[in-house]
Design a protein around this ligand. Structure first.
Ligand code: NAD
Length: 288
């Protein structure tokens, strides 16, 4: 979508970090933005600061774990701006814990925000983005943890971020001949407040009890991470250039290579394994 000026974007998790970085970059490029977040106070402050700079933005409180909240947000965006062209499913959370120690509510919360939130966002906004016949773009924030194992204690985060990559790969294949582009953002370390994700855990999902987002302390790593405003500019460039995979840390290439080496090793093992060698029927092959 080369021509972004005047286009309408809806961004979740827009009160902080990368979502706010996207709102800043988009508004500087002449886009109009509906900023959405569960944190009313931070959201109001962020939107006011952008308005003070002359940005054409509005904001609404939205909990992405609630399907109705996203459908109401889509209606409100259309009421305010008359259409919507760009969706950024960006809100995300994590809680650290070994797989058998995590509570069901830990899993439910991370799945609700990181995975169901994206599904609700797509279902609420995609028909409008496709329906207006203009150029559009759909971007979802996954993570490098959507492509590689983040390590012990990252189960819900890893699982949900892999799900986001899978959903966006499928959406790309569905929309490749349409005027709507698709991207998945896979950040490495970015200096945001994600380490304190438990601050907005809805009561029905229990509490994070000050537990960090990962068993390994990543607080210092995040502080050394990329400026989220740079990520906002990167996402804007990705939308303009119709780039599917958007990475913030090119050094992470080696992690993906190592994972694929392990996967290839699995094929090599299967090829020489006795049950397959002795089997008469060839395996199923599908095109992708
Ligand atoms: N910071 C990193 O290093 C990093 C790395 C890879 C991926 N990510 C992903 O980037 C995205 C943005 O996170 P960030 O790093 O900017 O963190 P952040 O905590 O600064 O911002 C996340 C925002 O999401 C909002 N949010 C949380 N739950 C919500 C809900 N139920 N409904 C609506 N909004 C909700 C928060 O209030 C917050 O404003 C997330 O999807 C995260 O998983 C972050």
């Amino acid at each position: 979508m080369k021509d972004v000026a005047g286009k309408i974007a809806f961004i979740t998790g827009a009160a902080s970090g990368m979502g706010l970085g996207m709102a800043k970059a988009f508004s500087r490029a002449g886009m109009k933005i509906m900023m959405a977040d569960i944190d009313a106070d931070e959201l109001g402050k962020a939107a006011d600061a952008l308005k003070a700079e002359g940005a054409d933005v509005d904001c609404l409180v939205c909990d992405v774990t609630v399907e109705k909240s996203l459908f109401e947000a889509a209606d409100a965006t259309l009421d305010k701006f008359g259409k919507v062209n760009v969706l950024c499913n960006n809100a995300g959370v994590s809680v650290g814990g070994m797989t058998e120690e995590l509570s069901q509510q830990d899993w439910d919360w991370v799945i609700a925000v990181n995975e169901m939130g994206v599904i609700y966002g797509l279902r609420a906004f995609l028909p409008h983005i496709k329906g207006n016949g203009e150029a559009g773009h759909v971007m979802s924030t996954s993570s490098m943890a959507g492509l590689v194992n983040a390590g012990p204690g990252w189960g819900p985060y890893n699982a949900t971020k892999f799900a986001v990559v899978g959903m966006m790969e499928v959406l790309y294949s569905e929309l490749k001949d349409s005027p709507v582009g698709v991207s998945v953002l896979c950040p490495g370390g970015v200096n945001t407040r994600i380490n304190d994700a438990g601050r907005h855990r809805p009561a029905r999902f229990g509490s994070s009890d000050d537990r960090p987002i990962a068993l390994n302390d990543i607080g210092d790593t995040l502080k050394l991470g990329l400026d989220p405003d740079v990520v906002g500019e990167l996402v804007l460039a990705g939308i303009r250039e119709d780039q599917f995979y958007i990475f913030t840390d090119p050094r992470a290439r080696q992690w993906v290579e190592r994972r694929f080496e392990r996967i290839m090793q699995g094929f090599s093992w299967s090829e020489r394994s006795e049950p397959l060698v002795n089997a008469k029927a060839p395996g199923t092959v599908w095109k992708s």
